[in-house]
Design a protein around this ligand. Structure first.
Ligand code: F2R
Ligand code: MG
Ligand code: MG
Ligand code: MG
Length: 402
């Protein structure tokens, strides 16, 4: 297996950024329907992006009033409803990122700046400080996480792990907030074949905000998917089929319950496992049946497009794997573009499913593998590529030291 490259590191984090920035304006498309107009609009929107283009605000879907498309064609009805003005473009005209990218960058910087022993109180401080900076930008943080990040400040970061346990009537959050920000862990722990570091860091960082076993296993699922994309993608000559990718992923995902290096940590949360195994079975059925065995409604019904981890994180893996081959209603021969377009077309939590799909697919194809104009059209594109390079440098130094 060839060593993953800087291009893949940058593809992964830029994948989060692009999926998030481009996905956000399509959030909450009508659910459980097929969307021929929507697909057409999204594809048109993506095709028209040019490097450094100023994107007029009314291309965002949340502008009140009676917007029209860039061509003057009437917009689908879901685009003309009034609502929050937080979507669409930033003041600079670049596509604005949301909590998904913000927390991913913060997490990556924390890993870059840390020694081997990670200080999670420091991570809580960083998430909280970034949330304060993000407030005027309306980045759309989950309501439970907003309360926690405020609480951390009120108690001056004392006992930071206590508060997430009390959320959602003591069940803890199973929102996809852990999965959406976790990809830097897969990059950071790539040199550890035992998966112990990946599992430990995923669980410990997740527990600051998400203590529900399904929230935690969602984070592990996404981290493992990104890890496998790094190892199977890039310059590797023999690429697996989508089914081979899924089978290896399933074996690894199962192994964390029994593997000596990880079972000690995962045992406490093992009730969160089965729902993901069920979703892997659905993904396999769709992939084995080929594109004629699934449609958007079936994917939404059986895999989900919601803010909850089990109803969005496996969906992202599906979008990546289904895009190994052509999809008749998506007009592109680019794997990355096809995968994120599929994620957006499902509607619902599009920034997050788009960002998680982008992380996996970006890690697989590398930055060179997706349309550069997408990255250049996003707020913080330079910043995220820089962060990816630093994280890569840190991992390569670890190899040299060991
Ligand atoms: N919050 C959003 N999108 C909503 C729209 C935002 C709006 N347009 C705006 O402008 O403000 N997006 C972001 O939130 C998701 C990640 O959320 P996270 O970090 O997991 O937060 P939280 O609050 O812990 O969970 C999210 C929701 O999930 C439901 N939920 C969680 N645990 C639950 C439980 N045990 N029982 C029942 N429901 C549970 C709740 O509805 C939570 O509010 C990403 O999509 C990100 O983009
Ligand atoms: Mg978001
Ligand atoms: Mg530990
Ligand atoms: Mg979201």
């Amino acid at each position: 297996m060839s060593q993953p490259s800087l291009n893949q590191w940058q593809g992964c984090l830029a994948g989060v950024l692009v999926g998030d920035c481009f996905g956000f304006p399509y959030e909450d498309l009508p659910r459980k329907k097929t969307f021929p107009n929507t697909i057409e609009f999204i594809q048109d929107d993506l095709e028209k992006i040019k490097i450094g283009e100023m994107i007029p605000y009314d291309r965002g879907i949340k502008k009140p009033g009676n917007p029209s498309s860039p061509d003057g064609k009437p917009l689908p009805s879901w685009m003309s409803s009034s609502g929050s003005s937080s979507g669409g473009a930033s003041n600079s005209g670049l596509r604005q990122y949301t909590d998904d990218t913000s927390m991913t960058i913060t997490f990556a910087k924390f890993l870059i700046d840390s020694n081997n022993s990670l200080d999670y109180v420091n991570l809580a401080r960083r998430f909280s400080a970034e949330y304060e900076l993000d407030k005027p930008k309306m980045r759309g943080y989950g309501p439970g996480v907003k309360r926690l990040l405020t609480k951390f400040q009120e108690v001056n970061f004392k006992d930071v792990f206590q508060y997430a346990l009390e959320t959602f009537d003591g069940q803890g959050s199973l929102g996809n907030g852990c999965g959406m920000r976790i990809s830097p862990v897969a990059l950071y722990t790539i040199n550890d074949p035992t998966l112990e570091r990946l599992v430990d860091i995923t669980i410990d960082s997740c527990l600051l905000t998400h203590t529900h076993p399904q929230g935690i296993f969602g984070g592990i699922f996404q981290a493992l998917a990104v890890r496998q994309a790094l190892l199977f993608g890039g310059r590797r000559k023999e690429k697996p089929s989508a089914i081979e990718f899924l089978n290896t992923f399933e074996t690894e995902f199962k192994s964390i319950l029994t593997n000596g290096a990880t079972s000690r940590r995962t045992a406490t949360y093992r009730t969160g496992y089965q729902i993901y195994q069920d979703k892997i079975n659905v993904i396999r059925r769709f992939l084995e049946g080929g594109p004629s065995s699934w449609d958007l409604k079936k994917v939404i019904d059986e895999l989900g497009n919601e803010v909850l981890s089990p109803k969005s994180i496996p969906t992202a893996l599906f979008c990546f794997l289904a895009s190994f081959q052509e999809i008749d209603f998506i007009n592109t021969d680019n794997h990355f573009q096809r995968a994120i377009t599929l994620a957006f077309t499902l509607g619902g939590d599009t920034d997050t499913i788009g960002g998680m799909t982008g992380a996996i697919c970006g890690a697989y194809v590398g930055l060179d593998g997706f349309p550069q104009k997408f990255v250049a059209s996003c707020e913080a594109s330079g910043k995220i590529l820089n962060v990816a390079e630093k994280l890569y440098g840190k991992c390569m130094t670890q190899i040299l030291l060991n």
